[in-house]
Design a binder for this molecule. Sequence first.
Ligand SMILES: [Zn+2]
Length: 379
Amino acid sequence: MVADAPLEPWAWRPLGAARRAVLLDVLVHGPRSRAELTRRTGLSRTTLSRLTRDLTADGLLADSGPAAATGPGRPSDVVALVPDAAHLVGMKLTGDALYVAVTDLAAQVRSTAEVPLASRAFDDVVAEMAAAVARVRAAVPRVAAVGVCLAGDVRLVDGLAWVTGSDFLGWDRVPLEAALVAATGLPTAVSNDVQCLTVAHHWFGAGVGAATFAVVAVGEGIGAGLVVDGDLVRGAHGRPGKVSHVPVDADGPPCDRGHPGCASGVVTVPAVLRATGAASFPAVLEAAAAGDARCDAALRAAARALGAVVAQLVNLTDPEKVVVTGEAREVATYARAQLDASLRRRLDPSVEAPPVEVHPFAFTDYAWGAAISAIRHLL
Ligand SMILES: [Zn+2]
């Protein structure tokens, strides 16, 4: 008899390029027949068979029976993702709290938590995040990676993500990825929150099936994410989609940088509250619906500003659709006619405006997006 070997800590095993391609295809598109996977990956049947056998042996894929017959010959077997094969920790960091979402490999949220921040000092926040990850690992098996998003600029320096500026946290050039990898031992993705949400919508949300689309998130600020020809636009400095300074009305109120007439001076939650004197965004909606003229005017102005931002994105990227989301997305539903008219008059008359979809939003969507960025980091 030998004593039981100590349990090896579980770790995600990096996949080669071909296995990654197969897993990613099944992850994003759902169960696939082997014949379809062979077609889509361009691999030989023998190679594809070996890859799916390996992924099945690793517990990442499972057979889910024969596909429905579509013609003569034996129907091809279908393989599906095993959602429980791994879990991911997604975290949205604000100036006040850490919002945590745990997802499975299929990006389904399994649990969420909110941790108030006692301090914004970088080392303290990293320690708080590492403690949150440790709590998840104590509760859930096979935690493969961590994703973090925040309102701020994130830039890769020598392959590692640095936060190069975040007003909410008062950080300037901090090595967040390296610090979290050191504190948790897990692969970690760090991204801007709107970019992160855009990736999530690209793979699993409102952007599924669209090769070119834009996400506009309206809340404490306004930002956009762009997917063009199937790829997220990253920009040269990690700062794409900075639409807060899009000029919308030369006579409009100044933005927080003092420019006259920027989108962020009209359409964000703080701008709407400044214009109305209301205590919260839901209170503005309620008052406007009850006939309050000041709140109604502020929401209409916000919708016109949003239309100008959407027009900018449409004119630059020719998207299949534009998704509006975030805490203040109801600007687009309350004053839809103003948004549409503002968009329309900024487009070439021969251009058809793309659908502008208002997407349901919960604040935990950011943490969900961060978990998806963690999956993306692995694949
Ligand atoms: Zn501005």
